[in-house]
Design a protein around this ligand. Structure first.
Ligand code: PHE
Ligand code: FE
Length: 292
């Protein structure tokens, strides 16, 4: 057992200690929140913006998990649990399967506004939690947790982790107004929020479960490929079947490189998709670590 494991209870939960945030930490939240709020109009999907509004997460400062959980619980039965950082896979999956979202409590420093390797409270709360207000997405996340426990028993975590990466973290969705963002890794990043929709370089490909599970991903730069769902019901329905035979099927096939295209790909036209003026100013890249 390593020392990190000895410091925390087996479920890794801690107290948020909301009263202990400094004025400067609240000010960093405000800075991040106001910047994203501005960028995400016309870029984030309505389900996300509606969830954010209904949760009452606001620009004024770091939210209190207890209050947020009460609003979230009333809507979809999810609650937020404070954790110190990335937790082991089995702990993470077990939380999701019980409709508990493990969130970090610390906020990045001022010199990390654009670039942070691990998730912080801004990524977890502003990126992930608003969509948990949506009933279909809320069910998808629970099903993912159950699927994670199963995949780990079958030795296929790597394939399942790609599904999380290309949907929960970096997913795009079609709307009548064009493509929109629902992936948290994008939504909490100023640079990637613009890049994923408006830059001509990345591939934007219609969601295909097997294709996603075969595709490797980069954690140290903007994505080279985004997968686009029609709506959350499509995602939920496509992931409902038993994955055991699907894992066996794709294990026999080669991985696909992050930037590669294959014959069956349903490609979207090149952007820009947001219809928003490009903010123009050079924006840094932000990294997030894979949770699974
Ligand atoms: N249907 C998947 C399985 O049988 C579980 C799952 C559901 C995984 C939703 C991810 C998302 O393993
Ligand atoms: Fe995340």
């Amino acid at each position: 057992m390593n020392s990190a494991r000895l410091e925390f209870p087996s479920n890794f939960s801690i107290e948020q200690n909301w009263r202990d945030y400094s004025a400067d930490e609240h000010a960093i939240w405000r800075l991040l929140f106001e910047r994203q709020q501005h960028l995400l109009v016309g870029r984030a999907c309505d389900e996300f913006l509606d969830g954010l509004g209904a949760l009452g997460v606001a620009a004024d400062g770091i939210p209190n998990f207890r209050r947020l959980s009460d609003v979230l619980d009333a809507a979809t039965g999810w609650r937020i649990v404070a954790v110190p950082g990335l937790v082991p896979d089995d702990v993470f999956f077990a939380y999701l399967a019980r409709r508990r979202f493990p969130s970090t409590c610390f906020i990045r420093r001022r010199d990390q506004l654009d670039y942070l390797k691990e998730p912080d409270i801004f990524h977890d709360i502003c990126g992930h939690v608003p969509l948990l207000m949506n009933p279909v997405f809320a069910d998808y996340m629970q099903a993912y947790g159950e699927g994670g426990l199963k995949a780990s028993g079958l030795g296929h975590l790597q394939h399942l982790a790609r599904l999380y990466w290309y949907t929960v973290e970096f997913g795009l969705i079609t709307t009548q107004e064009g493509l929109r963002i629902y992936g948290s890794g994008i939504l909490s990043s100023a640079g990637e929020s613009v890049y994923c929709l408006d830059d001509p370089r990345p591939n934007r490909i219609g969601f295909d479960l097997r294709r996603v599970m075969r595709t490797r991903y980069r954690i140290d730069d903007f994505q080279q490929t985004y997968f686009v769902i029609d709506d959350f019901q499509q995602l939920f329905d496509a992931t409902r079947p038993d994955f055991a035979p699907i894992y066996r099927e794709i294990a026999a096939l080669p991985d696909i490189e992050p930037d590669a295209l294959i014959g069956s790909d349903r490609r979207f036209d090149q952007g820009p998709f947001s219809g928003q003026p490009n903010p123009g100013k050079k924006m840094g890249r932000r990294l997030i670590a894979a949770q699974v």
